[in-house]
Design a protein. Sequence first.
Length: 300
Amino acid sequence: MRKDIPNLAALQAFEASARLGSFTRAADELALTQSAVGRQVAALEQRLGVPLFSRVRKRLVLTDVGREYAGRIRRHLEQIQRDTLELSAGRDMGYILEIAVVPTFATQWLIPRLADFARLHPGITVNLSSRTSMFSFQECPYDAAIYFGDQFWPDTAGVFLFREGPMVPVCSPDFASQHDLTCEGGFAAVRHLHLSTRTSAWRDWYAAQDWKYSINASRGPRYELHTMATVAAISGIGVALVPQILIEQELKKGQLIIPVDRSLDVRQGYYFAYPNTAKQSEALDVFKLWMLCKRPVNPS
């Protein structure tokens, strides 16, 4: 008998209160009274011997311990929910994978290829969530993550998928026809579209060409995602510097062109990682092998 584990009702009351920031809203979600939720949380704090919330002018504020505990409990509750749904539906309904992935890689590379995975493995459902920064698997309900970087995250295992390869300057055909982008002076004079997640990309590109990085080049608008910069370039706002592997369709359709054959080689790449603390499911192994089979031949 597991005497050290708090009862499920108390954990649900705490997680909902932490997520919603209110006993009242937690009570509405759980179909309980506000006082019942408050008692459950108070009993949990008493049992743990630490405060999970600070009460500041009738507002609930998670303590540092409470914030970490809430993340862990949320992950376990969501896993219990998934396990219960799979069991009640029967094994024939298959498996569900929760994958965190950087957004542009998901929309431009992964999702267009997922039809093949669904055809080969109809019993595995792949749910994708957008995450742009490192997180702890202990605090988030994901089976794995696909991210861009130069090393594995702490406390994870997995595989390196492939290098990103060259970043290339791109613009719309109309924009290219209106500007001289073949020489250093003409290129430096146009509006440059920047990525806020790769602030030095244009500077590094200029250095690779042995060109001078001008003040004008540094003043262009900044976008958080590659897809934003890509759409801005298609719209004629300026010239963007993006990974070639993520604009294959736009180049093929003629929405974008590479106006000058000069690139920036990127040694970093995409990783497929999962917690190293537990045995991974058969479904996750299948997805990992499929990803490895789908990676480009040249980037490695």
